[in-house]
Design a protein around this ligand. Structure first.
Ligand code: TMP
Length: 240
């Protein structure tokens, strides 16, 4: 199946496009090579990022489904394309942290690298216009962004995904520092949507602390395409 024609484009985000699929209740998610940081202020094209992230996310979504967690993902249909259920995205992003880094370190004036005694779940209101401000679960409910029961499911699912990802990356000699998930509504249920990729995760090489994620681009630490190729080799045991 090839990428749908331009007239089917429903929405274009910073790293992905969403197309209408043949079935009205499905969409095709197309992964671009574009990378952005700081809410689109910094931009670049990263060779093969779309192909790498599409396959990594498809791989992890299958693992999530195997845990019994419902997802929007159906199957990969082309190197950059995934067929997914059409969902209503819940505008609350969930970040799970195992180690202090990024905006948590900045907000609290703490150095990066301190391991947390247990995973910390944080929530952010999904709004480009507002730069994704942090919100708590009570605020998300009272503002009408999510129902309480949805946030309960999102927390439980996120912590299960964290356990799976920690073990998976750990076996490859990589520490999972933190990651972001998005969820959607489908047939009265909450399902995992969006992606699980090194764009939305922090991955530090065990022992050296070398960054293997989008911070390489955000912080000008090296060649992101090369970094993602290395991750791809570790995950799939073959080169791209
Ligand atoms: P943060 O420390 O900047 O809040 O980021 C936490 C995690 O969320 C990190 O793994 C990167 C991911 N993330 C996104 O996926 N999208 C974003 O827009 C931001 C700011 C972070």
């Amino acid at each position: 199946m090839s990428t749908p024609p331009a007239e089917r484009l429903l929405y274009e985000g910073k790293a992905k496009q969403v197309y209408a699929a043949d079935a009205p209740d499905q969409v095709v998610i197309h992964y671009k090579d574009d990378a952005t940081a700081f809410n689109g202020v910094k931009k670049a094209s990263i060779a093969d990022k779309g192909v790498i992230n599409c396959r990594i996310s498809a791989f992890f979504m299958d693992k999530v489904a195997a845990l019994g967690i419902p997802t929007a993902f159906i199957r990969q249909t082309a190197p950059r394309d995934q067929l997914c259920h059409r969902v209503e995205i819940i505008p609350v992003e969930v970040v799970v942290r195992n180690v202090v880094a990024g905006s948590l370190a900045k907000r609290l004036g703490q150095p990066e690298g301190q391991r947390l005694a247990r995973p910390l779940v944080e929530h952010f209101y999904k709004s480009d216009a507002l730069n994704d401000p942090q919100i708590n679960e009570e605020g998300a409910v009272l503002m009408g962004y999510a129902h309480g029961w949805e946030l309960v499911a999102m927390r439980e699912y996120s912590l299960s995904v964290n356990d799976m990802l920690l073990a998976f990356w750990g076996d490859l000699g990589v520490d999972l520092v933190d990651f972001k998930l998005e969820f959607g509504r489908l047939g009265g249920r909450v399902v995992l949507a969006d992606e699980i990729t090194p764009d939305g995760s922090r991955l530090w090489e065990r022992g050296t602390g070398r960054k293997l994620d989008k911070d390489v681009f955000r912080r000008d630490l090296g060649d992101l395409s090369e970094t993602y190729r290395e991750l791809y080799r570790r995950v799939f045991g073959e080169s791209i």
